[in-house]
Ligand binder design. Structure first.
Ligand SMILES: Nc1nc2c(ncn2[C@@H]2O[C@H](COP(=O)(O)OP(=O)(O)OP(=O)(O)O)[C@@H](O)[C@H]2O)c(=O)[nH]1
Length: 433
């Protein structure tokens, strides 16, 4: 739209400029023609003047001598034929005849004097060879120039009106259009002045511009809303991705936990225990320190399971893991489930006596739970009427008095102590020998 308005303006200006140039050329050509005509007339007059003595010397002499009343008529004849301003004859007898043009105006030309022998002297006043005189004496050229001046004046008025009615408004319209901003709501252009009545074509141009503006504004809004939807979608996908990453992290942690821990009780698993046992055993060996290891087993879990169901047996195992964790809370303590109903407790830095005291304390807490067994073989009944789930434990310790040669040896000693506890009646803690 803007480009179109500008090109219209530039095209119209070029047209006006070309038109003005054409007029100027016509004026220059006419001026040159006038100048040529003036020069030609001057040369012709000069020729005619020089021929006057030869042409009129005889008739004038004859007239003075024989018919003096015709002299003046002859002078008027000369005057009119050659377009002179005045012709004056001075006879030798002192008489003076003078003919003067009625229309003689403008600058007086050069005076020329001829001697006509016995007739006397002829003084001639010719008109000056100017363009004004040429025009005065050439009606065709004069009317041509007048028409030309009229055409120029009309053209200038036309150009001024074209500029005033069309080009100026087009310029204002194009300036307004150059401030076009599709992000602003469509509004009518303020290119008109109050009480201005522009041509219908310009008003249509403005309407077309407003239509384009509205369409662009609508399109822009659609694009912006599409952009917002895309941004929201990206944001949603981003959040979903973050959520997926978080859940992946949780799964990874869970997996790592499962790799190192028993799924049922949350205690460390066998693999974790074996690593810790090797590490702590080496440390005890190197530092000549102490390392206690207890192996625990739930008594009569099989009949318990059979009587109460396996899930109930699971709860017993979870309760045992909980009690063990509460009792052994140091960072270095490790509670692990080796499988089935067998647990171990690794206690770095503790000797046999100290570990025994803590494990007895743990057994006390376990007894306080008093989980009813209800299916214990009749042969067991050491605790009087209390038919509760009991534990058997075997305890061994690496210490100066018992320097075991390997972690396996320490484990075997604890196992043997447990075996002893099982076979001496259960519900007890036995020490490795
Ligand atoms: N509920 C439950 N039972 C288990 C689990 N793992 C092993 N058991 C059961 O534990 C029982 C162990 O039986 P046994 O080795 O005969 O030992 P017990 O019956 O506890 O008798 P003693 O150990 O000799 O006192 C088996 O019946 C296993 O099925 C478990 O994860 N959950």
């Amino acid at each position: 739209m803007t480009f179109k308005a500008i090109s219209i303006s530039v095209g119209a200006r070029t047209m006006v400029a070309l038109f003005a140039l054409g007029l100027l050329l016509i004026v220059m050509s006419s001026g040159w023609q006038l100048r040529e005509e003036t020069q030609r007339r001057a040369a012709q007059l000069d020729q005619e003047l020089r021929a006057i003595p030869a042409l009129y010397g005889g008739p004038l002499t004859l007239s003075i001598e024989q018919r003096p009343d015709e002299v003046l008529g002859l002078l008027h004849q000369i005057l009119q034929r050659h377009g002179l301003q005045s012709v004056e004859l001075l006879t030798q007898t002192g008489e003076q005849y003078r003919a003067q043009s009625d229309t003689a105006d403008g600058e007086p030309g050069p005076r020329t004097e001829f001697t006509l022998g016995q007739a006397g002297a002829l003084r001639i006043q010719a008109p000056v060879a100017s363009m004004g005189n040429t025009l005065r004496h050439d009606p065709l050229l004069r009317s041509t120039l007048i028409h030309l001046l009229l055409v120029i004046a009309l053209a200038l008025i036309g150009a001024a009106m074209l500029d005033r009615w069309l080009l100026r408004r087009l310029r204002r319209l194009s300036e307004e259009a150059s401030r076009f901003d599709p992000t602003l709501p469509p509004q009518s252009l303020s290119w008109l002045e109050p009480d201005d009545h522009p041509p219908t074509e310009l008003l249509r141009l403005e309407q077309a511009f407003a239509h384009v503006h509205t369409s662009l504004g609508d399109e822009l809004q659609r694009e912006q809303s599409r952009g917002r939807q895309l941004r929201d979608e990206v944001e949603r996908q981003h959040q979903r991705l973050e959520q997926a990453e978080r859940s992946l992290d949780a799964k990874r942690r869970e997996l790592a936990q499962l790799e190192r821990h028993d799924a049922l009780t949350g205690a460390s698993n066998r693999r974790e225990f074996e690593i810790a046992l090797r590490r702590e055993f080496k440390r005890a060996q190197r530092d000549q320190g102490r390392l206690a290891l207890a192996v625990l087993d739930v008594d009569d879990l099989k009949p318990y399971n059979q009587h109460h169901g396996r899930p109930a047996g699971d709860e017993v195992l979870k309760a045992l893991a909980r009690v063990l964790r509460e009792q052994f809370q140091r960072d270095t303590d490790l509670v692990a489930r080796l499988g089935g109903e067998e647990f171990v407790v690794l206690l770095p830095g503790l000797d046999l006596d100290t570990a025994q005291g803590l494990l007895e304390g743990m057994r006390e807490r376990w007894r306080e739970l008093a989980i009813p067994h209800g299916a214990r073989p009749s042969a067991r009944g050491r605790h009087g009427d209390a038919d509760i789930v009991t534990l058997s434990l075997g305890l061994a310790a690496y210490q100066p008095g018992h320097p075991y040669m390997s972690p396996q040896a320490l484990m075997q000693a604890a196992d043997e102590a447990l075996y002893l506890a099982k076979h001496t009646g259960r519900d007890r803690l036995c020490l490795a020998s």
